[in-house]
Design a protein around this ligand. Structure first.
Ligand code: PCA
Length: 327
């Protein structure tokens, strides 16, 4: 009797196991590396995107998010998608500015400094970005801006000269060149490593959003936030065209619809958090400073110089972006 029951049970287990196997063989799971920690609004938005895709496809396509550079480090994410190691990924668009200056248009100081200008700039930039990515077998799915970028320091900054000699955290080639131009000493540091970089004295100032400042608990290592609103950079989510083509038509459409929603939701989240995160900085003792006219004039001068360099580097594609943007 015991033996019969056992074999009946194991027979059932085999049957259940087989059904499980059939189900997983049909469904697709995409691993998706992202650079920023879970509580970042971009990551929250992408988690919702993943849920939306799973719901819309009845579980046919699952997107598993690997946040904070846990699967691939940020600078490797784009090439991981390009090389087919993962089908989809998120990264900071202007991180690619060392491949082509056009990718860095949104990190050009004082070219687009609020959400409306940033949307207009993205409209002008998107066709060129899409063409460049297409050559690498990649397709943009959606893009979401960060809040306008501000200056975090451990003293009051009244003029550009006050930035001289400061060890400056950078997140792309443009910010590095900006830091060099103001006489600061730049070092690349990814978001998850910011607290450690300040704690060990590798850096002592940064330009980033209220989001990244508040999420990094900037009050532990800086005293002043100067609201210079210097540019509005974006993250982009790209998919490998090859992986996308493998999906059936309804699944492809579900991905595109969820992406369009994510772009709108992400923008709303970004806008909402600008004020919220500045308030958190303030509540934790950071001194919020409106920039002096001298400081702004000096920073804009640096922006002008950088735009000259940028135009040269960005060539015909850059011209197309700028002339469309300025129409
Ligand atoms: N946070 C990211 C990119 C821009 C931003 O606001 C960072 O600091 O790296």
């Amino acid at each position: 009797m015991r033996k019969t029951l056992m074999s009946a049970l194991s027979g059932m287990a085999v049957a259940v196991g087989m059904t499980g196997l059939v189900a997983t063989a049909q469904a697709t799971t995409w691993d998706m590396p992202t650079p920023y920690p879970d509580k970042t609004f971009h990551t929250q938005n992408i988690l919702q995107f993943s849920k939306d895709v799973e719901a819309a496809t009845g579980g046919e396509l699952k997107i598993k998010i690997h946040s904070a550079g846990s699967l691939f480090k940020h600078p490797e994410i784009k090439n991981a998608v390009r090389g087919g190691q993962v089908p989809i990924g998120e990264f900071f668009l202007s991180l690619l500015s060392n491949e082509h200056a056009v990718f860095g248009a949104d990190s050009q100081p004082f070219l687009a400094t609020n959400y409306d200008e940033a949307a207009k700039l993205w409209n002008s930039q998107r066709p060129e970005v899409a063409k460049l990515l297409d050559k690498q077998g990649l397709m943009p799915l959606f893009s979401v801006p960060w809040p306008p970028q501000g200056l975090y320091t451990n003293k009051e900054i009244k003029t550009v000269d006050d930035l001289k000699g400061i060890k400056f955290r950078a997140y792309n080639a443009m910010l590095e060149s900006f830091a060099n131009k103001v006489g600061a000493a730049p070092t690349q540091v990814e978001v998850p490593d910011i607290p450690q970089a300040f704690a060990t004295g590798r850096v002592e100032a940064m330009i980033t959003s209220p989001s990244t400042g508040a999420n990094s608990k900037a009050w532990d290592f800086i005293s002043h936030f100067t609201d210079i609103q210097a540019w509005v950079p974006k993250n982009i989510v790209v998919v490998s065209k090859k992986a996308f083509r493998k999906l059936d038509k309804p699944t492809q459409e579900a991905v595109l619809a969820a992406a369009a929603e994510a772009e709108l939701r992400g923008l709303a989240m970004s806008k909402k958090e600008t004020e919220e995160k500045i308030k958190i900085l303030k509540d934790n003792g950071v001194i919020i400073v409106a920039p002096s006219p001298e400081l702004m004039a000096g920073l804009k001068e640096v922006g002008k110089e950088m735009l000259v360099d940028w135009k040269q580097d960005a060539g015909a594609e850059g011209e197309a972006v700028l002339s469309h943007y300025r129409q």
